[in-house]
Ligand binder design. Structure first.
Ligand code: HGY
Ligand code: MN
Ligand code: MN
Ligand code: MN
Length: 407
């Protein structure tokens, strides 16, 4: 039985989904809770219904498009996320959902009769969003986030997370009853988001470990004062403290630890006032859990010392502390076999991007299939992958689902 992938259907879906939330500069902005996210969700359900799948939303707003099995076994799922970063590209997340849809649809068209239910999943809010909770849907599904602790979460406009979930068919109140126990396996196809496959001239790759991610929200609190009349020795300048902190942060990176400060705000942000407060998020990532913990600790100690010296206060709140996650060897071996079967050279990479697969991997046999990112660019409008690589990825995924279903 061979399922024939339809590259033109892939192209059409990538194009139509890629138009949702795209602005004239070409960047796509589709955070969870936005109108564009809602439009992408409706788009997915329409495409899945066209493919003859049964579509549902769970309490976390995760979307499931299911092809019922014949033997009532546990579900084999594949997918990713539809939401994006601000000014993002059209492949991060979207490609994984579209490839999963294509793989299952071609199996269906080939007349295959699945033993297990086969499902496409689009997880809620994988990216950081106005509610400050990334990988929201996969963490609620697997109990890594407890709904009861999220009752007072709002976006900056004051809209509650509960309302935003209700609007997409979820229900925060019952999200704590979610369980991944109905899943037999999960495979997340995803663009690589770095340049290793492109440099190696390979269309696809596998993943053995997903990076740990540690995010601290940091506030320097100094004293607002006049930019001209306040003597240097009287200043408690939050911005100068921030500047020194950035240099100290950068000095801690390297040797397997990568870090970013991508978001910062200055208060009151006026050209002739000594800044009283700076709020920002410092993020470190590594596949080495101990090394990551050491650098985080050292970073926090340096912040305390420099704040003291500068007469400002520093407040650190941890917003994410995600350990590195190894993926399942059986799923990895299955994907290796399917790449060999398709005569595609096998390479296995670590992922320094975070994924929903991280949260599935300790409760369900989980694997990831990387598709080459041209020039290694991602989280930007220039993100790009070749249709033929994506079609090959869908083909390998369809092959893998077939083998998994027959186990
Ligand atoms: O941040 C990440 O690595 C992912 O794109 N959410
Ligand atoms: Mn991303
Ligand atoms: Mn992603
Ligand atoms: Mn079985």
């Amino acid at each position: 039985m061979t399922a024939q992938i339809h590259p033109e259907r892939l192209r059409r879906r990538l194009k139509t989904l890629g138009a949702i939330g795209r602005d004239p500069s070409g960047g796509i902005t589709r955070p969870f809770g936005s109108a564009a996210d809602g439009e992408a969700r409706r788009w997915f359900f329409a495409e899945a219904a066209d493919a003859g799948l049964t579509v549902t939303v769970d309490a976390a707003g995760n979307q499931w498009a299911v092809w019922p099995g014949t033997a009532g076994e546990k579900t084999i799922a594949a997918g990713s996320h539809l939401d994006t970063v601000p000014q993002g590209g059209m492949y991060d997340g979207a490609a994984g959902v579209i490839l999963a849809l294509e793989a299952i649809e071609t199996l269906k068209e080939a007349g295959y009769r699945p033993h297990h239910p086969l499902a496409v999943v689009a997880f809620t809010g994988e990216e950081p969003n106005p509610f400050g909770l990334s990988t929201l849907g996969s963490r609620l599904l697997t109990g890594k986030l407890k709904a009861a602790a999220l009752k007072n979460v709002t976006d900056p406009a004051g809209r509650t997370l509960a309302e935003a979930l209700r609007e997409v068919g979820g229900d925060l109140d019952s999200a704590d009853h979610l369980t991944p126990d109905f899943l037999a396996a999960f495979i997340e196809p995803h663009v690589e988001q770095s340049g290793r496959l492109d440099q190696a001239g390979l269309p696809l790759g596998l993943v053995d470990v997903i990076t740990g991610i540690h995010r601290d929200r940091i506030v320097f609190q100094g004293e607002q004062n006049h930019a001209g009349t306040t003597r240097p020795e009287d200043r408690r300048d939050a911005l100068m403290a921030f500047g020194e902190a950035v240099t100290a942060f950068e000095a801690l990176l390297g040797d397997g630890v990568i870090g970013t400060i991508g978001q910062a705000a200055i208060f009151p942000n006026a050209i002739n006032i000594v800044p009283s407060r700076v709020e920002y998020v410092a993020e470190m990532r590594s596949v080495d859990e101990n090394r990551l913990a050491e650098r985080v600790q050292e970073h926090r100690e340096r912040l305390t010392r420099l704040a003291l010296r500068r007469g400002v206060t520093v407040h650190v709140t941890n917003v994410l502390n995600q350990a590195p996650r190894a993926l399942h060897p059986d799923i990895h071996r299955l994907l290796v076999d399917r790449l060999v079967y398709r005569q595609i050279p096998v390479t296995t990479l670590s992922s320094l991007a975070g994924h929903d697969a991280t949260h599935l991997a300790d409760v369900v046999p989980t694997g990831m299939l990387f598709i080459r990112s041209l020039g290694g660019k991602s989280h930007c409008p220039e993100e790009s992958s070749r249709l033929e690589d994506l079609a090959l990825g869908a083909q390998v995924l369809a092959d893998a689902l077939l083998v998994l279903d027959r186990e």
